[in-house]
Design a protein around this ligand. Structure first.
Ligand SMILES: NC(=O)c1ccc[n+]([C@@H]2O[C@H](COP(=O)([O-])OP(=O)(O)OC[C@H]3O[C@@H](n4cnc5c(N)ncnc54)[C@H](O)[C@@H]3O)[C@@H](O)[C@H]2O)c1
Length: 543
């Protein structure tokens, strides 16, 4: 269990909030300043006076490293503890770190009211002629360090209980690092995280005052752009909204060109950031625009469909369709940050959620047996993914567990040269059916049928137990996904499959599921086996 670390400037309420959070979460609480006093056997003002600030900082640093190697604690740090980048990194690696914030006037007011009415006397750093000016100076000096902390809570006008409730929510957020050849980025998954995107962006490297082009479409923008803009502005960024038309038919170079124009009109320069707010179409197009505008600007992915959350937003593939086929032009562009808030799924139409579910079930089959079992148990309850029934924490955990499967694979094979092919489970038949239906069959629906086909091929070849094929078909059907081919002839399906750009060499390439959590790539599948499986699934006629 991650630690929850509450930090921020003196007077922002770290100790009171930390205590309240510890009580809410029923976890042990450590006040670092008190712990240091206990160990040094003297109060902090005396440590400063007798041993100097450096000695105090050394004690603080030792304690930061010691605590960050433990689990399940709620920690309130001293105001300067995480200004040191080593301490900060250690705490961020071992926990959810929240920085409390409020304006300098409010800080002075709170500090003055502390203790017997002169709390300032107990603050060694404020033993100067003009404490107000010193607060401003220290805040400015520490600003960069504080903004490197992903979660920021403005405490102005809030009670301790209100701040504690916000920190409690952040305590449940999950952070998954993704390593790639150029470095690493973080994927944050948290119910309600959308409102905190500004701080998370700053911590991911978006510079103070930076221009941020929010790319969205007329469906998503009215729902969420305002919230994102507000959070970015609160984090001292300069957001501006850009729009692209909705739908796969607009995943084109012309749409990318339209975005370039809006970026230029919004004064986005090379230090700027593109933030994609939408589904996989928005992410692919905005990502490609970010990869190519001025030879590449920073990209933040904020996926709003289940499919984009568990799949498209991670891994760095971006691109557009050409008249000749899907995804034929594009680039690898790693995001600086991916922020997933399952709460936005509450507005996503059920059919779209089902499409994402096909990918989630796919990830379960590839490498997350616990997730697969959970989706079997909860079959049909769409709210278990958006947290609409108050289980936001579990919803985030389910999405994170599907994401871990994708992350493991893309880390191992960042440029799709080997193992990443297992993500194409269900694609051999799925892509063929998608093309045959002229894309009226959605990708997730086609993958659903394709996964059943692949499982049945594995069963026919003796590589999977028949019960596995039944299990997969049952869970897909229970979520309302199609598991049969009703309207196509065998010869049409063969022709469509042969067109698949993923066709390799002479034979079709199959990803065969052998059991939940075990897949293999096979090129030795005989046409007769495929024919018999397609027939079993309802395809008409002969090959
Ligand atoms: N880059 C990758 O690695 C990768 C992986 C898988 C899929 N993809 C691509 O993703 C695309 C499909 O993505 P998709 O399924 O997300 O489709 P989509 O982006 O078209 O979104 C589906 C619909 O939902 C709407 N919508 C999005 N979020 C909403 C919300 N929270 N509330 C209400 N409506 C919302 C959209 O406006 C759209 O109408 C395809 O183009 C596919 O090629 C890319």
């Amino acid at each position: 269990m991650n630690n929850v670390v509450v930090t921020g400037f003196m007077g922002t309420g770290k100790t009171a909030v930390g205590e309240a959070v510890a009580e809410l979460l029923r976890r042990p609480f450590v006040d670092m300043d008190l712990e240091i006093e206990k160990r040094a056997q003297k109060p902090i003002p005396r440590i400063f006076a007798e041993d100097g600030e450096e000695a105090f900082r050394a004690l603080e640093s030792d304690l930061c490293h010691e605590l960050s190697s433990q689990e399940g604690l709620v920690i309130a740090t001293g105001g300067g503890a995480l200004v040191n980048p080593d301490n900060r990194q250690a705490m961020i690696a071992g926990g959810n770190v929240v920085c409390l914030d409020c304006g300098p006037d409010e800080i002075l007011r709170r500090l003055t009211a502390e203790g017997d009415g002169d709390g300032i006397a107990e603050r060694p750093l404020l033993q100067v002629d003009d404490p107000a000016a010193e607060i401003e100076r220290l805040l400015a000096a520490r600003g960069e360090a504080y903004s490197a902390i992903p979660w920021q809570v403005d405490t102005t006008g809030l009670s301790v209980e209100e701040v504690a409730a916000r920190v409690e929510r952040i305590a449940s957020f999950l952070t998954l690092p993704v390593r790639h050849p150029g470095g690493q980025y973080l994927v944050h998954v948290g119910h309600g995280a959308l409102e905190l995107v500004g701080g998370a962006g700053r911590a991911a490297g978006v510079p103070e005052g930076g221009r941020v082009a929010i790319v969205s479409n007329p469906v998503v923008a009215p729902l969420y752009v305002e919230r994102v803009e507000k959070s970015l502005a609160a984090a001292a960024l300069q957001p501006f909204a850009c729009s692209m038309p909705d739908g796969e038919e607009h995943k084109t170079l012309a749409t990318v060109a339209g975005l370039y124009e809006q970026f230029l009109a919004g004064d986005l320069d090379r230090s700027g950031t593109v933030l994609s707010l939408g589904g996989g179409v928005t992410g692919d197009v905005a990502g490609f625009a970010a990869a190519s505008f001025m030879r590449g600007v920073r990209l933040v992915q904020v996926p709003t469909t289940l499919l984009a959350m568990v799949d498209a937003s991670v891994g760095g593939k971006t691109g557009v369709d050409l008249p000749q086929g899907k995804n034929l032009a594009g680039a690898f562009k790693q995001p600086a940050l991916v922020l997933v808030d399952p709460a936005v799924l509450q507005t996503l139409p059920a059919d779209e959620i089902r499409c994402g579910l096909a990918e989630m079930i796919k990830h379960g089959v590839i490498g997350a047996p616990d997730l697969f079992a959970e989706l079997e148990r909860g079959a049909g309850d769409l709210a278990m993914l958006s947290g609409a029934h108050g289980d936001g924490v579990q919803a985030a955990a389910r999405i994170a567990s599907a994401l871990r499967v994708k992350i493991d694979i893309v880390e191992e094979d960042p440029f799709e040269q080997g193992r990443r092919a297992v993500l194409n489970l269900g694609h051999t038949v799925g892509h063929g059916l998608e093309r045959l239906s002229d894309f009226s069959l959605r990708h997730g629906e086609a993958v659903s049928i394709g996964m059943v086909a692949a499982a049945l091929v594995a069963v026919e070849m003796g590589r999977a137990e028949p019960s596995f094929g039944d299990r997969l078909r049952t869970v897909l059907a229970a979520w309302g996904l199609p598991v049969e081919i009703l309207s196509y002839r065998m010869d049409q399906i063969w022709e469509a499959m042969a067109h698949d750009k993923k066709r390799q060499g002479r034979g079709l390439r199959w990803v065969l599921p052998r059991a939940v959590g075990e897949v293999e790539i096979a090129e030795d599948v005989l046409p007769d086996t495929v024919g018999s499986v397609l027939q079993h699934l309802g395809a008409k006629g002969e090959r």
